[in-house]
Design a protein around this ligand. Structure first.
Ligand code: F6P
Length: 349
């Protein structure tokens, strides 16, 4: 195995920790997308399918994630099934969140369908919910090998510097922030812009730095409204005529609208406005960065399965593709980048 394995940093994983001692030739591989869709998923499906076919492995696409696995929605994939999708957002395999899969009965049905199609390897593209499901499934049915690919705009999985879709979503957010700044400056307004990230402030923080925001409010940090008011007033004293506050969806005060309502009276020198960017962040053509990431992740996922790998997530650290045990990837999120948070604060002066 040629890949660097992450976690735990002190005790290095031995090959035997993630590769079964007897490597039997894999018969068929299934690929699916699950959880929230993310730009780059299609490019990644394409990479998985074509790597299987080059290795003479039959490959199935499972529609609608775990739910489609339960309902037997398996589609044989050819090289042409993935033609002309590299540039498309969303996922041709559709995505869903399945409650039924989390029950023993649901898992049994899914297993039976995999057996009927003689599938013994799975590439699961999704976020932590997808990987938790994968872990439980392989614990119940150890003959099915699963490799995960981090596909979520939130960029919140431990074991990778970047998840598929984050870069595209971030570019969407920053281009929206740029536009809002134009109108904010023209009218001397303070805009509260809410971005996605139920548990993670990664999109918000990166967008705040790249978009030149006055302040950023994150789920990982306590929001102090007095400090925020003081900061906006200081900006005013320094002749700023407009302000941008980026608010992560999971921020504890209940989002951009709530904060704007609470602050309306206190920052009456500015007219306040709220923009919730919502699901536009999840759509659109993937950036070059996400397409390259998709290619590297997809090829490595199949290589890993064929080498006997199991229960690992593909990731990227310092521009090197690496593996992390699924249980480690789901146990904790990558912590907030405190250095970038400091930079955001310095540059909003
Ligand atoms: O997991 C990605 C994510 O974009 C979160 O940031 C957000 O809270 C959630 O998906 C929204 O999902 P849904 O499409 O179900 O509203």
């Amino acid at each position: 195995m040629f890949l660097r394995i992450l976690h735990p940093p002190k005790k290095r994983l031995k090959k035997t920790d993630y590769i079964s001692p007897t490597i039997e030739k894999m018969k068929r591989i299934a690929v699916f997308t699950s959880g929230g869709d993310a730009p780059g998923m299609n490019a990644c499906i394409r990479a998985v399918v074509r790597t299987c076919l080059v290795n003479k492995i039959q490959v199935y696409g499972v529609m609608r994630g775990y739910q489609g696995m339960i309902e037997g929605e398996f589609k044989p994939m050819t090289s042409r099934s993935v033609s002309n999708i590299i540039q498309r957002g969303g996922t041709i395999l559709k995505a869903a969140r399945s409650k039924e899969f989390m029950t023993p009965e649901g898992m049994d049905k899914a297993y039976k369908n995999l057996q009927d199609h003689q599938i013994d390897g799975i590439v699961a593209i999704g976020g932590d919910g997808t990987f938790k499901g994968a872990e439980e499934f392989t614990a119940r049915f150890p003959d099915i090998k699963i490799v995960g690919i981090p596909g979520t705009i939130d960029n919140d999985l431990a074991g990778t510097d970047f998840t598929l879709g984050f870069d595209t979503a971030l570019n969407t957010v920053v281009s929206a922030v740029d536009k809002i700044k134009d109108t904010a400056a023209s009218h001397d307004r303070c805009f509260f812009i809410e971005v996605m990230g139920r548990d993670s402030g990664c999109i918000a923080l990166w967008a705040a730095v790249a978009g030149g925001a006055e302040s950023v409010l994150l789920p990982e940090k306590e929001t102090n409204l007095d400090d925020l008011v003081a900061k906006l007033e200081l900006g005013k004293a320094h002749n700023k005529s407009s302000s941008i506050v980026i608010v992560a969806e999971g921020e504890k005060n209940g989002g951009a609208q709530n904060i704007a309502n609470q602050l309306k009276e206190r920052i009456d020198e500015y007219e306040t406005k709220v923009t919730v960017l919502g699901h536009i962040q999840r759509g659109g053509s993937p950036t070059v960065f996400d397409r390259i990431l998709a290619a590297r992740f997809g090829v490595t996922a199949v290589d890993t399965l064929l080498a006997g790998g199991n229960k690992v997530m593909i990731g990227i650290r310092n521009n090197e593709v690496c593996l992390t045990e699924l249980c480690k990837a789901t146990k904790q999120h990558d912590p907030l980048d405190e250095k970038l948070f400091r930079i955001a604060n310095i540059l909003s002066y």
